[in-house]
Design a protein around this ligand. Structure first.
Ligand code: NAD
Ligand code: UFG
Length: 358
């Protein structure tokens, strides 16, 4: 398939490009680079050349078409669709910082919701009605049951970012109901961590990381003095928050598996295409810190801080629907996650080099 990948220069998008090409698909990337660096795309191409290019007798040099375009820019998208024919879109583009969304709700609703509405309109005008949307465990709010299945009802989000995901799920479901030619897959990611095993691509947060793993790696590499652990008095085995951390390469592979939903003879066609994408294992914050120190042999000093507002104690999923219907399951464990996160950070202490060379 030829896939439009919005937000393809970002963390999850870049890893997904590798898995798409490895599975024989092709892609075109649209990204406005507001939270990414085009170097990620060059590195994806380098990985592909190393992993599959050399084994190919014609020695293909991978070049992924890239459009520096905002998904709110209707003309820009029209131009893109005039030049390419797409079988499906994997829609990653969006703003994702929870805390920032509380400070700038308008910007989050405008970027994520208006952007997606423009994208959907241009897609339907060009008869491309297959979409995989990056949703999030955040739509479950404080979940009614653990492990979370897709049958759990959605809950109240604690921030505007979460609401954009919840609202966009509804938009997509309604559009599909009104026009059954649409195929809508909602992937609810749990906590993506890790990096490609080559260490060439990974998570490249701007400023102070919000998420646990990039904070740990920045402490380990000496950029920050210590990790703050937000609360050790939760009702969990060691008192720290428990999450379903998933290796980003597994998450990327889930997108390739989800493309099956678009086949007319897909066995589960009458089912709804909502999938939890996690490992099904809950690890605590301290489990992650301890695994990181043990596997990588580097210290990660930490201090216990007050709870972070909006955090829940425990969040992990039952991923069996994705296994049954898509044949997908996570293959990487906690040791792979901490090892690969560290390799990326160690090889790229400042993330991708500055400057937009495209
Ligand atoms: P990311 O910020 O690394 O990637 C998102 C990409 O979208 C960036 O490259 C950014 O430049 C681009 N972008 C943003 N707004 C755009 C616009 N208007 N037009 C064009 N490009 C735009 O984030 P990520 O971690 O790779 O996340 C990808 C998707 O997955 C996001 O939608 C995010 O909300 C969702 N998600 C992420 C997590 C997580 O923990 N990383 C968890 C659940 C869901
Ligand atoms: N944590 C710390 N210290 C830090 C950062 C995080 O102790 O410096 C703790 C948090 O309190 C929480 C756990 O580590 O207990 C995980 O926190 P993250 O910020 O890494 O992840 P969240 O589970 O809060 O949220 C993430 C994404 C959301 C997404 C959600 C579910 O940030 O966008 O996973 O996919 F919605």
């Amino acid at each position: 398939m030829n896939i439009l990948v919005t937000g393809g220069a970002g963390y999850i998008g870049s890893h997904t490009l590798v898995e798409l090409y490895k599975a024989g698909h092709t892609a075109v990337v649209v990204d406005n680079l507001c939270n990414s660096n085009p170097e990620s795309l060059r590195r994806v191409e380098a990985i592909l050349n190393d992993e599959i290019g050399n084994s190919n007798p014609t020695d293909i040099k991978f070049k992924i078409p890239f459009y520096r375009t905002d998904i709110r820019d209707r003309e820009g998208l029209e131009h893109l669709f005039a030049e390419h024919r797409f079988d499906a879109c994997i829609h990653f583009a969006g703003l994702k910082a929870v805390g920032e969304s509380v400070q700038k709700p308008w910007e989050y609703y405008e970027n994520n919701i208006s952007g997606t509405l423009v994208l959907l309109d241009v897609m339907r005008r060009h008869c491309c009605k297959n979409i995989i949307f990056s949703s999030s465990a955040t739509v479950y709010g404080d979940p009614a049951e653990i492990p979370i299945t897709e049958r759990c009802s959605k809950g109240l989000c604690t921030n505007p970012y979460g609401w954009t995901k919840s609202m966009l799920e509804q938009v997509l479901v309604d559009i599909q109901k009104a026009d059954p030619e649409w195929n809508v897959v909602l992937l609810r990611y749990f906590n993506p961590v890790g990096a490609h095993p080559s260490g060439r691509i990974g998570e490249n947060p701007n400023g102070i990381p919000n998420n646990l793993m990039p904070y740990i790696t920045q402490v380990a590499v000496g950029k920050r003095p210590q990790l703050g652990i937000f609360g050790n008095d939760y009702p969990t085995p060691d008192g720290t928050g428990v999450r379903d951390f998933i290796h980003v390469v597994d998450l990327a592979a889930a997108h390739v598996a989800a493309l099956q939903c678009f086949a007319p003879d897909f066995e589960y066609r009458n089912a709804n295409f909502i999938y939890n994408i996690g490992t099904g294992n809950g690890y605590s914050v301290l489990d992650m810190v301890n695994a990181f120190v043990r596997v990588n042999g580097v210290p990660v000093p930490y201090t216990i801080m007050p709870r972070r507002p909006g955090d829940i104690a425990t969040c992990y999923c039952d991923p069996s629907k994705a296994k049954t219907e898509l044949g997908w399951r996570a293959k990487f464990g906690i040791e792979d996650m901490v090892r690969d996160s560290w390799r990326w950070q160690r090889q790229n202490p400042e993330g991708y080099p500055d400057g937009d060379g495209l």
